[in-house]
Design a protein around this ligand. Structure first.
Ligand code: CP3
Length: 370
């Protein structure tokens, strides 16, 4: 599964990307953008909005440029990564770009044999279950992801005042893929390792934390203005287990990012009970799914944290008046937090009508303009 491609045909297919003309930028400096300011709890000209998985299968222009190129390979092609990352910014006029990549890209770059199977997700050739497996896991060095730095630099040049959000998977979510061998509903093998051999679990997560940290650091040093740590599946844990087995490892990654002085967004699904602990792990912004309202989330995390969220992605398929009412409710609830970044409660579903997303952006901007 080689991922150092060169595909000139694909590079040619990318349109010359005109610079994103200060789309919603209040300043030419992305560090003064509404997204970064909201993350820091500072005043904004409107509530910033972006969508998890905005770059991807909901866009016809994405399907066109990706045609015939495997997912992991596409993530290592700077021209293509730049084009795909810019597509939703041009189309929807969102307030941030999210780097087009995947949480398993740094694992593959380090040399772990895996693939992203369409319609399934990441699949690991040799699941990690024993001390020997953990011992054999490689480290990631920055020179293995030179192309990621190249992509970020190209993007930052195109984006002007619109910030680029870098991201990585958090140790727990990465560990779940590695231990289970692929996507899992109940994370049985993962929890078996956690409880059966805490020393081994900690050794695995410490290695994954270093990989995530390197992946994020390369993105920030190349010019990303904020980062998001995706702990998508951590809602499968109780608060006690989260604090004992996971929080220290996520805190290691977030702590290292704090030293780079970029705002840190920390997100998971089904994390109502974990929100305060996810903030305390070293976030500036806590991502909230659609299961609790933002005013309740603000009450739970306290006044130190901005919030991100939280329109139910399934609602994108509802009639417009229902979407409109919900967006307005979310904006009102978001005002109770230190800062608010509008987003979905999870990723954009592949069959979403892209025009609905554009309308949501317009509504958020108009309704929150100050
Ligand atoms: O727009 C963006 O958000 C940027 C790109 C992005 C992708 N993956 C592209 C992608 C981001 C931020 C991710 C993160 C990611 N990857 C997460 C965390 C976010 C979340 O959804 O909770 C997770 C859990 C993964 C693992 C993963 N990769 C899954 C579950 C899947 C879906 C499998 C499928 O095909 O249904 C992927 C594949 C993937 N990652 C695609 C994209 C655009 C689809 C592959 C394709 O287009 O061929």
């Amino acid at each position: 599964m080689s991922n150092m491609p060169s595909n000139p045909a694909a590079a040619r297919r990318c349109s010359p990307h005109g610079r994103i003309e200060a789309v919603n930028a209040v300043s030419a400096d992305p560090r003064e953008s509404n997204l970064v300011r909201a993350a820091r709890g500072q005043s904004t000209t409107h509530t910033p909005v972006w969508f998890m998985r905005q770059a991807g299968r909901s866009l016809p222009e994405y399907k066109k440029v990706r045609e015939g190129i495997p997912m992991l390979q596409s993530c290592r092609m700077p021209e293509l990564v730049t084009e795909i990352t810019l597509q939703p910014v041009r189309r929807h006029k969102v307030d941030a770009a999210i780097f087009f990549s995947d949480i398993v890209v740094p694992l593959a770059a380090a040399g772990i044999d895996l693939d992203i199977v369409p319609g399934v997700g990441p699949v690991i050739a040799n699941p990690v279950r024993t001390a020997a497996d953990v011992e054999a896991l490689p480290e990631l060095t920055p020179d293995q992801i030179d192309d990621i730095a190249t992509s970020v630099k190209m993007l930052v040049g195109e984006l002007g005042g619109t910030p680029l959000i870098g991201f990585a998977g958090a140790p727990f979510t990465l560990a779940s893929y590695l231990v289970e061998g692929g996507p899992s509903r109940n994370h049985e093998h993962t929890k078996a390792m956690m409880y059966g051999d805490p020393g081994l679990w900690n050794a695995l997560c410490a290695k994954l934390a270093r990989i995530s940290q390197t992946f994020l650091q390369v993105q920030v040093e190349a010019g990303a203005s904020a980062i998001q740590l995706f702990d998508s599946w951590v809602g499968a844990l109780s608060l006690a287990d989260y604090q004992r087995f996971v929080a220290p490892h996520s805190a290691a990654v977030l702590g290292a990012m704090g030293e780079l002085d970029v705002p840190r967004i920390h997100f998971g699904v089904g994390t109502g009970e974990l929100l305060p602990a996810m903030g305390a792990a070293g976030a500036d912004v806590v991502g909230v799914d659609f299961r609790i309202p933002l005013d309740e989330a603000a009450r739970r995390v306290g006044p130190e944290y901005a919030l991100q969220g939280n329109l139910d992605p399934a609602l994108l398929f509802a009639p417009w008046p229902a979407i409109e009412q919900k967006v307005i409710e979310i904006l009102a609830a978001g005002k109770t937090a230190k800062g608010h970044i509008f987003n979905l409660g999870h990723g954009v579903p592949p069959t979403t009508d892209a025009e609905v997303l554009t309308r949501v952006v317009e509504l958020v901007h108009e309704h929150s303009a100050r």
